[in-house]
Design a protein around this ligand. Structure first.
Ligand code: NAP
Length: 343
């Protein structure tokens, strides 16, 4: 098994090293690729010193499994090269997520979609992965009609440069210096601001549009109504999402809690007495999606509304872990969950 990581120096690429080591996916060789700027650099990757090579077509030849984590432009250019070379490709970018021939997979939700892959599987957007897991836990029992989501997204969703910016800016502001934004247009330290992706003609930014399109695709619910507002908060890692769901039928809060507790990858953290609910810090470094503040929504008629919050580490389950789980499924190292098996 020869593995290649494209974008190994990035936030997702480095997390992939940790996840691969922890899950023990066996490989004989792992080549780490990045831009020509990083060629020759020694980094610690998967707990060992490793050398970075520049990405080119030759570096992809002979690979069995390639993880792309270097952005959509790089994926558009080099994913076809890797496929041509016979590799199974897991793409973390948005480049192929809308292509109906490319499965878009959250293993706990629609793992069986992997069966139809043609050498390329897309890893969904991080906010979408964190959202679809609790939604699926509910939707498979009581069809969801409408979802309203507000996100509180960590800066690491924008990569290593954004993480450095939060660290440096926080220090600068505490020292009384003015913030100098580079990775984001707005200052990120001590601030909350609209997600940094471009805003389209309909007023939605790209992140919001991805969540809508990808959630419908993963849940196989093309007509599900979704309204999404994405924000950045000065948190290093783990997104938190506030979710309001309207169901087809009345929903019992206790049933909802039980369905969420039964869902793989979900941990219900909902202790009203102690005020213990999901936080981004508790989700950081965890493989689980924390779900809490589960309560009836009195603004929806007929008892058909539910409110909750969920938080997940978007570098792990929102990116690297989901990508490795996809590989494990595709390589036959994990059982294939049939859609609706757990219903
Ligand atoms: N961050 C997240 O939470 C998250 C979650 C889900 C999906 N994703 C997606 O994962 C991908 C990577 O995101 P990230 O946050 O890890 O970004 P990042 O921290 O900015 O890392 C980008 C990586 O791409 C490499 N790269 C840039 N230009 C390149 C080129 N011309 N040739 C080869 N490699 C190049 C960089 O190498 P150098 O170090 O040499 O520049 C670096 O390794 C993106 O598509 C992103 O949308 C990210």
């Amino acid at each position: 098994m020869r593995i290649v990581i494209v974008g190994a120096t990035g936030a997702v690429g480095r997390e992939l090293g940790r996840v691969l080591r922890q899950r023990g996916l066996p490989f004989d060789e792992c080549r780490l690729l990045a831009s020509p700027r990083s060629a020759g650099r020694q980094i610690e990757w998967a707990g060992r010193p490793a050398r970075i090579e520049a990405l080119d077509a030759d570096a992809l030849s002979g690979a069995n499994l390639v993880f792309f984590c270097a952005g959509a432009q790089i994926s558009r250019r080099f994913v076809p090269v890797a496929r041509q070379a016979g590799a199974l490709v897991i793409d973390n970018s948005s480049a192929f997520r809308g292509d109906p021939r490319v499965p878009l997979v959250v293993p706990e939700v629609n793992g069986s979609a992997i069966q139809h892959h043609e050498g390329l599987i897309a890893n969904p957007n991080c906010t979408t992965i964190i959202l679809t897991i609790p939604l699926w836990a509910l939707h498979r029992h009581n069809p969801i009609r409408r979802v309203v989501v507000s996100t509180y997204q960590a800066v690491s969703g924008a990569g290593v440069a954004a993480m450095a910016e939060l660290r440096e800016q926080t220090r600068a502001v505490l020292d009384g210096l003015p913030p100098t934004p580079e990775a984001f247009a707005a200052p990120c330290a001590f601030n909350v601001f609209s997600h940094d992706s471009p805003v389209g003609a309909n007023g939605a930014n790209v992140e919001e549009s991805k969540v809508v399109a990808e959630t419908r695709r993963i849940l196989d619910a093309p007509h599900m109504a979704l309204a999404v507002t994405c924000m950045r908060v000065p948190v290093m890692r783990a997104h938190l999402e506030s979710v309001a769901v309207e169901f087809a039928e009345p929903i019992d809060e206790r049933d909802a809690r039980q369905w969420l507790e039964q869902m793989p990858s979900v941990r219900v953290v909902d202790d009203r007495g102690r005020g213990h609910f999901p936080t981004a810090l508790d989700a950081s470094g965890s493989d689980e999606i924390l779900v809490g503040r589960i309560r009836h929504d009195p603004s929806v008629p007929d008892g058909r509304g539910l409110l909750f919050i969920c938080s997940g580490d978007q570098l792990r389950k929102g990116a690297a872990l989901n990508a490795v789980q996809i590989a494990e499924l595709a390589l036959g190292r994990a059982a294939m969950p049939a859609r609706g098996d757990n219903a």
